[in-house]
Write a new protein. Sequence first.
Length: 257
Amino acid sequence: MDLPRTAALVPRLDWRDAAASTNSELVALATADPGGWPAWSVLVTDTQTAGRGRLGRAWTAPPGSSLAVSVLLRPRIPAARYGWLSLTAGTAMARSLQALGVAATVKWPNDVLIGGRKVCGLLAEALPGGAGAVLGAGLNHRLAADELPVPTATSLAIEGGPTDPDVLLAGWLEQLRRLVTAFEEAGGDPDASGLRDAVVGACETVGRRVRVSLPDGSAVVGTATGIDEDGRIEVATDRIGGATAIATGDVEHLRYE
């Protein structure tokens, strides 16, 4: 596929007619041949056969209905700050869609929503030895209503948004580069770079009543009050004086509680 606007933004752009997992493939390629895959190299397809989401979940879509894109970063930030990259990816996607007239927001940590329904998921993976990271996005651009995997999903086509892959990819990469560059220039400081403000500003979870399901099977219920310096969601629980910062969990936005 011809993607001239996207190609002009990156040192290497590889389109695949089909791929198992763009993240897995890019991690392997960049590890085996670092010189051939410089920072900001991109691998993309609209037919992913073994995609993965957060917590190892499978991610699938009919051929041609969703974009799967992975971008290689070699950020000049402390390894301890890599956790901010997935938050950055989601914020960049929401901002890029907003610039195209789509009312997109983020559900912490990195699900992009339109009207409360998921249009995009993101996944960050570190390269072996801390040599960089791959940021992957699965964006439902042309998925039809009868192809939705769950009622809580949507697509740009359904929402009346743009579906041109080149426009969508270039918009995301432009926003992502802007945020990552500022983060690097600030030495990985989320506050000095303005990154934390950007993430909070895009995140509709903050200020909402939430239930966060934790990996151990327990759950935290309360009001999301902010995002801490490590990118964790802060939840004020119903206990007197109770508050907790959560690094990993599934967030449900509560309408009634």
